[in-house]
Structures are given as C-alpha cells and as structure tokens.
Design a protein around this ligand. Structure first.
Ligand code: PRP
Ligand code: URA
Length: 204
C-alpha cells in the first residue's frame, strides 16, 4: 500500500482552516470541497487513459481519453468530497456506502450500499477521516467484491492506527491524505484532528 501525503502549501492552509473549531459549516463545506479538488487531482495521477487520434484545426495529433472511473463516498462525511470529483470527472459513475461507527466498540456497520458495476474499473473511495480504519476497511471489502482494477482512498486526515489496519486488510489499496496525525483519543477520534467531520459538514 502506498500512502501519499499531499504537502502542497495550499492543501496545508486549507486543512488548517478545517481544523479550526471556529470555522462554521458553510465555510467548512466550501473548504472541504477545495481541498478535495487538490486531493482528487493528485490521487488520479496514475489513472488509466486510452490513446486517441484527433484533429486540431491544423493537423492530426495524438491525445488521451479517460477510462471509466467510479467514485464512492462513505456516508455521511464522504459526501463533502463528492462534488469535487464530479466536477473534475463529469462522466464518473457514483456509488454510495453508508457506514456508521458504533459508539462503544468503534466498529462500523453497513446500513446502505448502492454500487455501480466495478469490474476492471478504478474506484475512488471518499472518506475524509481514516481513524481506526474500520470504516475504510469495510468499504474496501464491499468494493473488492465487485472486482475493481484498483482502489484509491482519498482522505483528509489519517491516523497511524487506521493506516496500519487498512494496510493489513487491503495491502493493494493506495491512500492519499493531507495529514497523518498523532493518533487516536479514548473515543477513537483523531488527534489533533478536526473533530467530527460529518457534524461539522452538516451542522449537526
Ligand atoms: C466517521 C468518518 C469515517 C469514520 C472513520 O464516520 O466519516 O467514515 O468515522 O472512523 P474509523 O476509521 O474509526 O472507522 P461516522 O461513523 O462518524 O459516521 P458519519 O459520517 O455519518 O458521522
Ligand atoms: N470520525 C470523525 O469524523 N472524526 C474523527 O476524528 C474520527 C472519526
């Protein structure tokens, strides 16, 4: 598993604003989308393309066409990353996975799944918080059942514990994140982190 930390200064400045507890939900949503645009561009560097021949107004030349791509946000928080992906890749097929962590065990349960065909496709899994790694690992299991060519997880903040769990369960999955934080607190929240992404995104 390759883990790439986006060290672009703009990404780090945007993450600082997300971490700031005084950032209100409307601004949080805007910044989450901007950061997701950067993450998405970086995370799709290696997606497959097909060579095509086209004609410019002057002469024929070689170009590239995108292979079909699938994006799957994990509800709820991953929804804050989806618009960035659909703006960059308007042809993307979108699936949804609903996963919620149990408050006592921190283990995820799957309450919704609606996935498009995944066979031989590149799947972008969208979940801003990689904490214990339980949700991401469960989501990858659900995606792998569909036979994708490759899975890339786009995360905003990752904990070392989550990276280790995902690496053990799904070594072929690649991760793009903006920060690897210190670890988890007693409630399995990432520290310093940014709090509950879903609550801050949706004002709950
Ligand atoms: C959050 C977050 C991730 C998950 C990460 O979701 O959006 O999906 O926790 O934690 P993990 O790595 O320990 O599994 P949550 O369960 O709070 O649901 P929500 O997005 O609906 O609030
Ligand atoms: N989910 C969140 O939204 N934040 C955390 O820190 C951990 C899980």
């Amino acid at each position: 598993m390759a883990v790439t930390v986006i060290d672009h200064p703009l990404a780090q400045v945007l993450l600082t604003a997300l971490r700031d507890r005084s950032t209100p939900p409307p601004l949080f949503r805007l910044i989450a989308k901007r950061l997701s645009l950067i993450l998405c561009v970086e995370a799709t560097r290696a997606i497959p393309t097909t060579p095509v021949r086209i004609e410019t107004p002057l002469r024929p030349t070689a170009g590239n066409r995108l292979e079909p791509l699938v994006a799957v946000p994990i509800l709820r928080a991953g929804l804050g990353m989806l618009e960035a992906v659909t703006e960059l890749f308007p042809e993307v097929s979108v699936g949804y996975l609903g996963l919620e962590r149990d408050h006592a065990t921190f283990e995820p349960s799957l309450y919704y799944s609606k996935l498009p065909p995944l066979e031989n496709r590149t799947a972008l899994l969208l979940d801003p918080m990689l904490a214990t790694g339980g949700s991401a690992a469960a989501a990858c299991s659900a995606l792998e059942a569909g036979g994708p060519r490759h899975i890339t997880l786009l995360s905003v903040v990752a904990a070392p514990e989550g990276i280790a769990r995902l690496q053990a369960a799904h070594p072929a999955v690649d991760v793009y994140t903006v920060a690897i934080d210190e670890g988890l607190d007693a409630n399995a929240y990432i520290v310093p982190g940014l709090g509950d992404f879903g609550d801050r995104l949706f004002g709950t």
